[in-house]
Structures are given as C-alpha cells and as structure tokens.
Design a protein around this ligand. Structure first.
Ligand SMILES: Nc1ncnc2c1ncn2[C@@H]1O[C@H](COP(=O)(O)OP(=O)(O)O)[C@@H](O)[C@H]1O
Ligand SMILES: [Mg+2]
Length: 321
C-alpha cells in the first residue's frame, strides 16, 4: 500500500501522472470533506481538484473499503460525464494504485448549494436542473451499468445502518415500516443511484451547477435519490419557515423535471414514505441534522412519521402540512 497523499506531494503526483506538464502555482486543502482529503490545485490555465479517501488510522479494515469507494466515484464521474457532462466535474485522471481522483474544479465563485439555501436564497431552476439530471441518470442506466456499482456494502454501511436500522432500533413503534423501506431499497437494484444526492453535494453558480461526491453510487432503487433530495428540502422548509414557499416551488420543480426526464421513481406515495423514513433518520438516526433546533427536530420527526405511515399522497400535501 502506498502512503496517503499529503499537501506536499500532490504536485508531484500530478506531474508523475502526466496530468500537469509543469508545477502548479498553488495547492491548498479544500474544506468540507470528512471521509477523504480533497485538494484544490491551480495553475496559469487550470483549476483541478484532487481527491483521495482517508483511512481511519485506528481501523485498518477501513482502508480497503474506502479505496474501493474512490474507484466507484471515478466510474460514476466517467458515467455521468457521458450522460450529463454539463452537470458534473470532468474526470481527468484516476490512479487505481493510489486511489487518487483528479477532476475539474468548479469556478472559484461557485458555492455549496446547502450554504446558499441556508443563507436564504432559493432558486427553483436548481430544482429543475437537478430533477432532469437525476431522471436522465436513472432512465439511461437500467440495462447498461458497469459491474463496479453492484455492491450494496457502502450503501448499507453509510445509509442502511446509520439511517433505517438505527431508526428501527430506537423507534420500535415504527420498525416494521422503516424496515420495509430498507427492504425495498435493497430488493430493487434497478439503475444507477447516486446515494448522496443532497444540497451539500451540489456546487452552484449563477446559472449552472454540478453534482459531486459519487462515493456511495450503486445499482439500486431510484426512489432513494428522489427521497434523499426531497427530505433535505423539507427539513430546510421547517428550519426556515420564511422560505417554505420557494423551497416548495423548488421541490415541485425537481419532482416535475425528474418525471419529464423519464425518471423511474414515479410512485409519489412511495417517494413520500421513503422521504418520511429519511426525515426520521435525521432525528433518530446516527447522524442527526446539525442545524435543527430541538423544536424543529420534533416537527421533522412528527412529519416524518406521518409521511412514513402513508399520510401524504402528493408532495404538495407534504409541504402544506
Ligand atoms: N470539483 C470540485 N470543484 C470545486 N470544489 C469541489 C470539487 N469537488 C469537491 N469540492 C469541494 O470539496 C468538498 C468535499 O468534496 P466531496 O466530493 O463532497 O467529498 P466528501 O466525500 O469528503 O464529502 C465539497 O463539498 C466541495 O466544497
Ligand atoms: Mg460531500
């Protein structure tokens, strides 16, 4: 095993791989990543991002699993690069021995969509773009998807266990319904699923955006990605009541565009049950949402329970609660 990349050897790596012909002007650590090291590299005419999973030093077994995720992310970037090249960074290099990815960096002025939303700006075109992008990914990958996406291990480790199984253990009254959601997710490996399709993993500029962070991509049930994005927008509407109406417009634009693009998860009551399971997970699961106050968390939990129990037939009803 080669040693993990450090800030000091990013430039040498890019030169050795032939990604750069001359040393870059600067290499800096990008904020935001927790499971890996992400660096920004700039030169006279290039802006690159270099990403490598970080091993948990205390758990030797983690390293191979995480390295595998880099290979998944590289394959996903290459796949979406052919399906929707304008909505994801271009993959420039992947070193399968060191598990280092190199991709194009977004313009310096772009921001995380989550930050923009929490700052009070909601543009509904982002919902439309994300919906049509996701619809395209799902519809185009049913019959033709590389082997690397077959394993559900990463999805179970990062979603099924901390979210659904933890809610089932802590809210035993809801265990049958939440376990049924997880069973549906595992039993229907239908198409390419991003697995972390959330505002945190979207970079947005004045009139375009990129989806990022494909480490949990897998062949799975498309309802997960739709519900995942919707549960984030729902939580933000509870946290920022003044923005509830534009957030609803954005969510509806996302859902419409997803259907228009041929998206596969079109059973609206099912999407809402899965959204409910995820809302519950963000209160009772292993990674509770940081920005919710206790009172908001209680609202999210009640709404999630109602949605999980089939209390909403349409997305508009969920937002009108
Ligand atoms: N291609 C890119 N261009 C600009 N910034 C990026 C790019 N890729 C990642 N980043 C920044 O680095 C952060 C972490 O990257 P991400 O792929 O989401 O990794 P993690 O798995 O650690 O969340 C992102 O939230 C974003 O701010
Ligand atoms: Mg991320």
């Amino acid at each position: 095993m080669t040693a993990p990349l450090t800030l000091d050897d990013v430039a040498a790596h890019l030169l050795a791989r032939g990604v750069l012909a001359a040393p870059p002007d600067s290499v800096s650590v990008l904020a935001g990543g927790v499971s890996g090291a992400t660096y920004l590299v700039t030169g006279p005419s290039e802006r690159l991002v270099v990403k490598q999973p970080l091993p948990f030093l205390s758990v030797a077994d983690e390293w191979p699993a995480r390295m595998e995720r880099a290979a998944v992310e590289a394959a996903a970037l290459s796949l979406v690069g052919t399906l929707t090249p304008e909505v994801a960074p271009r993959l420039l290099d992947f070193d399968p021995e060191r598990f280092v990815l190199v991709m194009a960096a977004a313009p310096a002025s772009w921001v995380e969509w989550r930050t923009q939303l929490l700052g009070g700006t909601v543009v509904s075109w982002a919902g439309t773009t994300l919906g049509s992008t996701l619809g395209r990914w799902h519809s185009a990958t049913v019959s033709d998807l590389p082997e690397v996406f077959t394993s559900l291990d990463g999805f179970l480790e990062l979603r099924g266990d901390p979210y659904h199984r933890t809610v089932a253990a802590r809210r035993t009254d809801l265990a049958p319904l939440v376990s049924a959601c997880l069973d549906e997710l595992l039993a229907a490996p239908t198409c390419f699923v991003h697995g972390d399709f959330s505002p945190k993993n979207v970079l947005i500029g004045p009139d375009s955006l990129w989806a990022l962070d494909f480490e949990v991509a897998h062949r799975g049930n498309p309802v997960f990605d739709v519900a995942f994005m919707l549960h984030h927008l729902t939580m933000k509407a509870i946290h920022l009541p003044a923005l509830a109406s534009p957030l609803e417009d954005c969510a509806l634009a996302f859902w419409r565009a997803y259907g228009d693009a041929g998206g596969l998860a079109l059973d609206e009551p099912a999407v809402l049950r899965h959204t409910g399971a995820l809302l519950l997970a963000r209160v009772h699961g292993k990674s509770p949402t940081a920005y919710l106050t206790p009172a908001e968390a209680e609202q999210v939990s009640l709404l999630g329970e109602r949605a999980l129990r089939g209390g909403f037939g349409t997305l508009a009803e969920l937002f009108a609660r």
